[in-house]
Design a protein. Structure first.
Length: 399
């Protein structure tokens, strides 16, 4: 049995790259950008009026002028006009290009317009006010977004404004999520008294949707030949197999033996952790990655969050772990020499602003209802049995 640190290293040392693809902007959210995005023009591309009002030459105001003859109108979306009389003004609208020979905008609220003139009603006019000057934010050619960014609505907006209807992103692996066990029936079915509905495949699939991965869901019966046949087909068809169940010591836990018979290399089996001790991880000769997670729902979910997610992040070119921490809110005891992934409910302490984690243990790794009452796992290290209130530990949030 190995430590979680060793297990993490083995998993991350086997990250993969699945290449790149173009996706339309409308489908890019959540994907990982694989190109730098540069400004195709200055930001803003022209000096933009930011208030409805009049545009003047500041010099005229500085020289004491308070009444400006209106020469005309500069609306948004019209080509740039030129102020002819240095003591005149043009009416300007938000989003319009600032007229040539003007440098300052006075909002309508601060002028009175009568008989074709605008009379100033306010003091303290500043040169350049209410104008967003060309290239003030970014210059043409400047890198706006580096490759490797997670595409959020902010990146989508920038890509649209520089004229990119599609983006180069990290290609996603094809994934099969496979349940095992003769006690399992489909969600639509009514279980017999000795049966349960499969939930793990849905939980795990749900952790992948965030990245845009749409896994296939499959099932394998507790039968060695069927297990081998199905796994063999999946190893051809998919980049990643995520199994749940069948990796413990039960007489029908065929997964490790079947994978071994198919030539898959076992990279790890059993980790000093609770839940999730029976976790198995391997790679096939043709480079397919296999996460064989324990069957218990809390274990499967925890392993998906703690091992599968960092592996995926690294495979897509992100830092594997986006470190989160929380303060243990109550004294806690855990005896076994295992890393304990304690289910917790978190809240922000209004006095300190710190994220607090309240133990919400539930009734073990089969208690999937408790996952709904908790919102994260707090990673309590091995080699201790008492954990003091106020201490900070790594947190794996899942909401
Ligand atoms: P196993 O590792 O196959 O011995 O399974 C451990 C426990 O997890 C058993 O109680 C199984 O019924 C349960 N289990 C296995 N697979 C699933 C699944 N897909 N959904 C819900 N529970 C499962
Ligand atoms: Mg089973």
């Amino acid at each position: 049995m190995i430590s979680i640190e060793e297990a993490t290293k083995i998993v991350l040392d086997h990250s993969k790259s699945y290449g790149e693809e173009m996706v339309p902007l409308s489908e890019a959210t959540g994907r990982i950008l694989r190109q730098d995005i540069h400004a195709d023009r200055d930001f803003p591309p022209f000096t933009r009026v930011t208030m409805d009002g009049i545009a003047i030459r500041y010099n005229a105001y500085a020289n004491g002028l308070r009444k400006f003859l209106i020469e005309g109108m500069q609306a948004a979306g019209t080509p740039q006009r030129t102020l002819l009389n240095p003591e005149g003004c043009l009416e300007v609208m938000t989003g319009a290009i600032l007229p040539e020979n003007t440098d300052t905008v006075i909002r309508y609220e601060d002028v009175k317009i009568e008989n074709g003139t605008a009379r100033l009603q306010a003091n303290g006019i500043q040169k350049g006010q209410n104008a967003h000057f060309r290239a003030f934010d970014r210059k043409e050619g400047e890198r706006l977004i580096p490759a490797g960014a997670i595409i959020s609505p902010a990146e989508v907006g920038v890509a649209a404004t520089v004229g990119l209807p599609s983006l180069k992103v990290a290609k996603l692996p094809t994934v099969a999520i496979i349940s095992t066990g003769d006690e399992l029936v489909e969600v639509e079915q009514t279980p017999e008294p000795h049966q349960i509905r499969t939930s793990n495949v849905y939980t795990i699939a749900s952790t992948l949707y965030r990245w845009g991965i749409r896994p296939d869901r499959l099932h394998i019966a507790d039968d060695m030949d069927a297990t081998k046949a199905k796994l063999s087909a999946c190893l051809e068809q998919y980049d990643v197999l995520i199994l749940s169940g069948g990796v413990s010591k039960g007489r029908f836990d065929y997964i490790p033996a079947a994978l071994n018979a198919l030539g898959v290399t076992k990279l790890l089996h059993k980790v000093k952790q609770r839940p999730g001790k029976p976790f198995w991880f391997g790679e096939s000769p043709n480079g397919k990655i296999i996460f064989a997670l324990p069957g218990n729902p809390v274990s499967a979910f925890m392993c998906a969050m703690r091992y599968l997610r960092p592996w995926l992040r690294k495979s897509m070119g992100l830092a594997p772990i986006d470190h989160s921490y929380a303060v243990l809110a109550e004294d806690f005891r855990f005896k076994p020499d295992l890393t304990y992934f304690l289910q917790v409910r978190t809240f922000v302490d209004p006095d300190t602003g710190r994220l607090m984690a309240v133990p919400a243990e539930g009734h073990g790794s089969g208690d999937l209802a408790n996952l709904v009452d908790a919102d994260a796992f707090l990673e309590l290290p091995r080699g201790k049995d008492k954990f003091k209130k106020g201490k900070v530990f790594p947190l794996i949030p899942y909401r």
